[in-house]
Design a protein around this ligand. Structure first.
Ligand code: G1P
Length: 296
């Protein structure tokens, strides 16, 4: 059973400046919800019951978003705005808890995950979702994270979500090498290596790590002894490669679409994808799109 998910949200979001100067980048809106809410909804849809935010003192708005806002709720109630009230009350289901822990220094993604060790413990598998990345499960009966949970339950092996990227983009990602020649969407197979941000020449494939992981608690002792790697940061990828040597790791090829909301064009594409099918604003947005498509 995978019940806990760790979301590292302590980073300053320099790639999203100036939008992220005074608000966390995770609170930037896609249509009518902050990015982080989509990521939490994805985790909840895959059966997660405890969300562990690894955060920073400047990012309290994220915790506030998932907390009860008593004054706002009573104001809405007094004004009879019941629909909006229900929407606010259902941001997360009652049986899902949000817990936070601080990352005292920005020492890398691996270090951020290690900060969750006292909450997750070394004996329980858990998920990691990087909140810059939106994974869109539109049209799938079960989302990709749930598919990874199935693969984990069937094999007991750590899973990392991957997708093909253009060769000239490999330097931005963790890149895996497979033990098998190919991997179909929705399938999972053992990897023979994973390397963080390789050069084009050194990349073993174009299958990039997309920011979703299912890891055993045994990753923590490995993280604790991982030295700084690419960018002089403690890299989760390096600890995962050590885990692979110890007990094997599999790559799960995603079926849905992904948007990198830590990058302006990725964020704009996410708005297009989600706005077009929004139950309230979709039709109006499609008209806007048609109008702007005719203009230079
Ligand atoms: C992180 C990971 C990298 C992964 C990427 C996905 O890098 O270290 O392995 O491919 O997220 O978005 P970052 O984008 O934080 O530099």
């Amino acid at each position: 059973m995978i019940r806990k998910a760790v979301l590292p949200v302590a980073g300053f979001g320099t790639r999203c400046l100036p939008a992220s100067k005074a608000i966390p980048k995770e609170m930037i809106t896609i249509v009518d919800k902050p990015v982080i809410q989509y990521v939490v909804e994805e985790a909840v849809a895959a059966g997660i019951k405890e969300i562990v935010l690894v955060t920073h003192s400047s990012k309290g708005a994220i915790e506030n978003h998932f907390d009860k806002h008593f004054e706002l709720e009573s104001t809405l109630e007094a004004k009879g705005k019941h629909e909006l009230l229900e929407e606010l009350r259902n941001i997360i289901p009652d049986d899902v808890k949000i817990i936070s822990v601080r990352q005292p220094e920005p020492l890398g993604l691996g270090h951020a995950i290690l900060c969750a060790r006292p909450i997750v413990g070394d004996d329980e598998p858990f998920a990691v979702l990087l909140p810059d990345v939106l994974v869109d499960g539109q049209g799938l009966a079960r989302n990709d994270l749930a598919g990874m949970v199935d693969a984990f339950n069937a094999t007991g092996q750590a899973q990392i979500m991957v997708e093909n990227v253009p060769r000239d983009m490999v330097y931005k990602y963790g890149i895996v090498a497979l033990e098998t020649p190919d991997l179909a969407p929705g399938q999972s197979a053992a990897i023979s290596s994973v390397v963080e941000k390789p050069t084009v020449e050194a990349a073993p494939s174009t299958l990039a790590v997309i920011g979703r992981y299912l890891l055993p608690g045994s990753i923590f002792p490995l993280l604790a002894k991982t030295p700084p790697g690419a960018g002089n940061e403690i890299q989760l990828t390096d600890a995962i490669d050590a885990l692979r040597g110890q007990e094997g790791v599999a790559a799960y090829r995603m079926q849905g679409a992904t948007y990198d909301c830590g990058h302006q064009l990725g964020y704009l594409e996410a708005i297009l994808a989600f706005a077009k099918r929004h139950p309230k604003h979709g039709q109006g947005f499609q008209k806007l799109l048609a109008r702007y498509a005719d203009q230079e």
